[in-house]
Design a protein around this ligand. Sequence first.
Ligand code: AMP
Ligand code: ZN
Length: 488
Amino acid sequence: MSETLSIYNTLTRKNEIFTPLYHGMVGMYVCGPTVYNNAHLGNARTFISFDVVFRYLQHLGYKVRYVRNITDAGHLESDADEGEDKISKKAKLEQLEPMEIVQRYTIDFHDVMRAFNTLSPSIEPTATGHIIEQIEMTKQIIANGFAYEVNGSVYFDVTKFAQTHPYTALSNRNLDDLLNNTRELDGQDEKRGRLDFALWIKAKPEHIMRWPSPWGQGFPGWHLECSAMSRKYLGDVFDIHGGGMDLIPTHHTNEVAQNVACTGQHHPVKYWMHTNMLTVNGQKMSKSLGNSFLPLELFTGSHALLDKGYSPMTVRFFMLQAHYRSTLDFSNEALLAAEKGFARLMNAIRLIDSLKTGAATTSNIELLKQNVYAAMNDDFNTPIALAHLFEAVRIINSVNDGKETLSEADKQTLKKLMHEMVFDVLGLREEQAINTDKIDGLMQMILDQRKDAKARKDFASSDLIRDKLKELGFEIKDGKDGTTYSIV
Ligand code: AMP
Ligand code: ZN
C-alpha cells in the first residue's frame, strides 16, 4: 500500500509513522489475563483490539512475533503489593490446587478467544514457566544498584531510579503528585520509598505458590514477569507493547523501570499502545464493581442487563465500531444495531459473486479501497474503515438492484477488498457457514415451488410463501434473472 501505517504512541502522546526495528519484522507483546476467574467482556475488548492489530500487520506483509502472556502467579489483590495472590485466594475458596484454577481459567480464556475468532499469539508464555528468568533479572537489578533486599523480599528503589531516569514518562504524571497520592510508610514497612514495589516477595508459611531463590522461598512481583518474558522472546528493545489503559500508571510504568534498570537501555519499547475501557453506564466494566458479564452470558442472553442473546460476531462487530482508544459503552440498543449492521455486511458479501457486470462502473472502487486502507493506516481506525466498507455494501446492493453498474475488474477488486478486510483483517466470519449449503438447497426448493405457483397463476400461494419466508427472516427479491434471497 502506498500509505504508511501510523500508530498513536502513549509514550510520546503522538501519532507516529510505524517503522519497525528490523525490516519486515514486528515484535509485539501484550499483557495477557490473570487466570483466576472467567474473562469478562471488557477483557475480551482489549484482546480483540490487539487481534486486529496482529491481523493487519500480517496483512501488510510483516512477519509478526506476537507474545501474549498468561499471569498464573504473583498478581496480588492490590497494586501496592498488598493482599493475597489472586490465584491462591481463589484456590483456597474453591478448595483446589492453584494450578487447577490456572488450568480451568486458561481453558475458559482460550474458549472465549476462539468464540470471538481471535488468532492465537505466536508465543503464550506463563509467569510460572519463567521463574528463573525473573530471579536472574532481579539479581541484575540489585547488581546495578536499583533494588534492595529486606528480610527475604526484594524491592525496586524508585527514588534512586527517578534521580537519573524519567520514571513517569509513560503515564506523564508528576512524580511529586504521585508521591503525595501514595500512602505514607509506617514503621511496619519494609520499603524505603513510598513508590517502591516488590520484585520478589517472601512467602508466608501458608502461601502455596512459592519457589526457592537467593533470598529464600518466595514468589515474583507481578510486574516482573512481563519484563522477563518480553526480553526473553523479543529482546531488550522491541517494537510494540500493548495492554489496557488501566495498566499504564503502575504495571507498565514499573515494567519500563525494571527493564531499564536491568539492561541499561534507554527504553525497552518503541511504540506503546493502550486500549480504552468497555464501560457500562459510563463505568469501567470490572469484576470488582459487579457490572461485568461473561461472553457466554452475552451469547445466551442470560444476564439481567440483557434483553436477549447476541452472537459472537455481532459482539465483535459492535466492538469494531468504536476506535480502540475510545471508550465503548455497552447497551442493548447498540448491540441490536450491530446485529443488523453485521447481517447487512454479510448479505452484501454473499451477493458479490452473483452480481452482473457491465462495461463501466458507476462508483469509484479504487478510491473506496484507498479510503479503507487510509482508515486502517490511521492508527487502526476500524469504525472509519467500516463506514467505507458500508459504502461498498451500498454499491453492491445498488448494482444488484440494477441501479448502478460494475465492471468485471472492479467486481474482482471489490470482492478481494471485502474478503480481505472483513474476514482476514477485522476477523469477522460467517456464522451460518456450516449450514449455508443446506439453507441454499432448501431455499432453492421453496423458491422453485413458488415459481411453479406463479406459473399456474396461483398468486395467493406464491405471495403466501413470500410472506411466510419474510416472517422467518428471509427476504426474497424477484429480478430479471430469477429470484434471490437474503437473511435479514
Ligand atoms: P486482567 O486479567 O485483569 O489482568 O486484565 C486483562 C486485560 O484486560 C488488561 O489488559 C486490562 O487492561 C484489560 N481490561 C480489564 N477491564 C477492561 C475493560 N473494562 N475494558 C477493556 N479492557 C479491560
Ligand atoms: Zn504485563
